[in-house]
Design a protein around this ligand. Structure first.
Ligand SMILES: N[C@@H](CCC(=O)N[C@@H](CS)C(=O)NCC(=O)O)C(=O)O
Length: 205
């Protein structure tokens, strides 16, 4: 087994934090996204036809892509501590917040990254600044929504830390550090949550 990964990118980072929370060690191979190593015909033919990272290679030579799917694989193999919830209600809530973060935060941040970042300008045929600007507004709106949610919940899906918190942490750091979209200090509840999850040893994985 090995994990194809790229340090610092938000989706691979999700899996590294998840593994650290579980205390699971997996050998990994660094694939340089900036050098387009994940886009070579060989990598796309053998490992991931879509080219994205992370990818988990199993011992039978097959591959699982998609960061959340990789975490789910490990959740079955290593159920403790549970990070996808235990009861039907908890599992439903964790799934709900996974999808909310993917669709309502990561999609607009991704649009800002693609249409507004000087780093992606080199590989994009055309950037549309208006698309970046419109999505910056959506990200700011999601931060306000999350601040309200965290006013009366310790973690995103409820009382227990879950994979949804991992997604939000990675998404917020991606927004702030690579897209100049930090949350506001005035968002007290989101800030309280952010400081707490960032202080977990796993956050530096
Ligand atoms: N939905 C996928 C997204 C994978 C993805 O887009 N990964 C980015 C890194 S965060 C990537 O590989 N980008 C470079 C590329 O697609 O060439 C997941 O959750 O793993």
């Amino acid at each position: 087994m090995k994990l194809y990964t790229y340090a610092g990118a938000p989706n691979p980072r999700r899996v590294h934090i998840y593994l650290a929370e579980k205390g699971i060690e997996v050998p990994f191979e660094h694939v340089d996204i900036m050098k387009r190593e994940n886009r070579t015909p060989e990598f796309m033919k053998r490992v991931n036809a879509l080219g994205g990272l992370p990818v988990l290679e199993l011992d039978d030579g097959s591959h699982i892509t998609e960061s959340v799917a990789i975490c789910r694989y490990f959740e079955v193999e290593h159920p403790q501590p549970p990070l996808f919830g235990v009861t039907a209600k908890e599992q439903g809530r964790v799934e709900m917040w996974i999808r909310r973060i993917e669709l309502n935060l990561m999609t607009p941040v991704g649009m800002v990254w693609v249409h507004g970042s000087p780093l992606t300008k080199q590989v994009m045929k055309r950037q549309i600044p208006e698309v970046a600007e419109q999505n910056r507004g959506l990200v700011r709106g999601v931060f306000r929504f999350l601040d309200r949610r965290l006013a009366d919940h310790e973690f995103l899906a409820g009382a227990t830390y879950s994979v949804a918190d991992i997604l939000l942490l990675c998404g917020m750091d991606f927004a702030a550090k690579l897209n100049d979209l930090p949350h506001s200090d005035e968002q007290k509840h989101l800030s309280r949550w952010y400081d707490a999850v960032s202080a977990r040893p796993s956050s530096s994985a």
